[in-house]
Design a protein around this ligand. Structure first.
Ligand SMILES: *Cc1c(COP(=O)(O)O)cnc(C)c1O
Length: 368
């Protein structure tokens, strides 16, 4: 009997489904200008201080980075008030998710638990590792049934993923609920709280568990530079975790996972309070404006603490998506999350939000 070239468990592997890129859009629809509100990127672009740091660093790209990105880990430690030995930086927080599963979950014995729907990477990396992945359905309003999640946990649950604010709903439970979940989990079950969008929650202290990260033996908090800092294309994210776990992630990861440009950009980004503040104000204001405007047009808009909103439009979601594409606006269909009636819209800058609202007004008027 001949052996398959590909591991049997991977034969039906479907890749992560990203939002359409601006380039793809221009090709497909013959458009010259495109508004992308599909991937929760920063509507202001990137900090000028980061651009300066990048320019300087460009002359050093022939050098390998220092192993483990110590300068960036120091800067993050200072920013969060946590010793640097509890921080691991990665090629996006996607890489930290992958490393955590590979380091802490035993294939064939352990499993991972998350809500359904959830960010796809948890499931994809589990599958790649031959790790069983179990899901608990969110309530119909996308709030978290914590008790049901806890009931799904047993002595072979190695890891629980919790995304807050959640993707794709924008829902964030009060931090007391997350702390309570953490307290009630067995000590040998890791709670991974993915706070990719926490910077947009107001006030953050009401929602974030970061102040406990690195202190509890089984708590990990993930953050990313892709959303607030506008560095999605450079790939940079991190986890705050117990020192022993950080040590193992650093041992097994590929040596130069974070490149010199990403590290320089990350350090400069952390240092730019003005850009961070302006981004948060832009997103919070835009979130309010879009929530109100779409609500008035008959959309069901879910309350969001993130830089996007989940909506159920007053017409077929797939049709609205297509009509917007034709007008040069990309938003996010959610078939890959198993949601056919909903769409996710990233908050843009003032002009982008206004263009979106206008386009939807025209589409709805033609639809009736
Ligand atoms: C965007 C996102 C991330 C971060 O991805 P990067 O790899 O850091 O770009 C992580 N978790 C969730 C839920 C996200 O939506």
């Amino acid at each position: 009997m001949s052996r398959s070239l590909i591991r049997r468990q991977l034969l039906d592997f479907e890749p992560y489904c990203p939002g359409l890129s601006i380039e793809e859009m221009k090709e497909r629809y013959g458009l010259s200008s495109v508004i992308k509100l599909a991937s929760n990127e920063n509507p202001l672009g990137v900090s000028p201080k980061v651009l300066q740091a990048l320019e300087k660093q460009l002359k050093e790209v022939h050098r390998y980075p220092r192993a483990g990105s110590p300068r960036l880990r120091q800067a993050l430690g200072a920013y969060h008030g946590v010793p640097a030995d509890r921080i691991v930086v990665g090629n996006g927080s996607d890489e930290i998710i992958d490393l955590l599963i590979r380091v802490a979950v035993e294939p064939g014995r352990d499993h991972v638990v998350a809500f359904q729907p959830c960010f796809n990477i948890y499931q994809l990396q589990s599958k790649l590792c031959d790790v069983a992945f179990r899901q608990i359905a969110l309530r119909s309003d996308f709030t978290f049934p914590m008790q049901e999640l806890l009931e799904a946990v047993n002595d072979t649950t190695a890891m629980v993923f919790l995304t807050t604010p959640d993707n794709p709903s924008g829902f964030a439970p009060p931090v007391e609920e997350v702390i309570d979940l953490h307290r009630r989990l067995p000590e040998d079950c890791l709670l991974v709280v993915d706070e990719a969008y926490m910077d947009f929650a107001v006030p953050q202290e009401r929602y974030s568990i970061m102040s406990l990260a690195g202190r509890a033996p089984n708590l990990i908090v993930l953050r990313t530079f892709s959303k607030l800092y506008g560095l999605a294309g450079l790939r940079l994210g991190y986890g705050v975790m117990p020192a022993i776990l950080a040590d193992y992630l650093l041992r097994v990861k590929l040596p130069f996972n974070v490149n010199v440009l990403a590290e320089a950009a990350g350090i400069a980004a952390l240092d730019d309070d003005a850009f961070r503040g302006e981004t948060i104000r832009t997103v919070v204001r835009g979130r309010e404006i879009l929530t109100r405007a779409l609500g008035e047009m008959g959309f069901l808009v879910y309350p969001s603490q993130a830089n996007f909103i989940l909506v159920k439009p007053p017409m077929a979601a797939s049709e609205l998506f297509e009509e917007l594409l034709r007008r040069g606006i990309i938003i996010r269909p959610l078939l890959s999350y198993g949601l056919t009636d909903h769409l996710r819209i990233s908050i843009g800058n003032a002009e982008e939000n206004q263009a979106l609202v206008r386009a939807i007004q025209v589409i709805l008027a033609n639809d009736t």
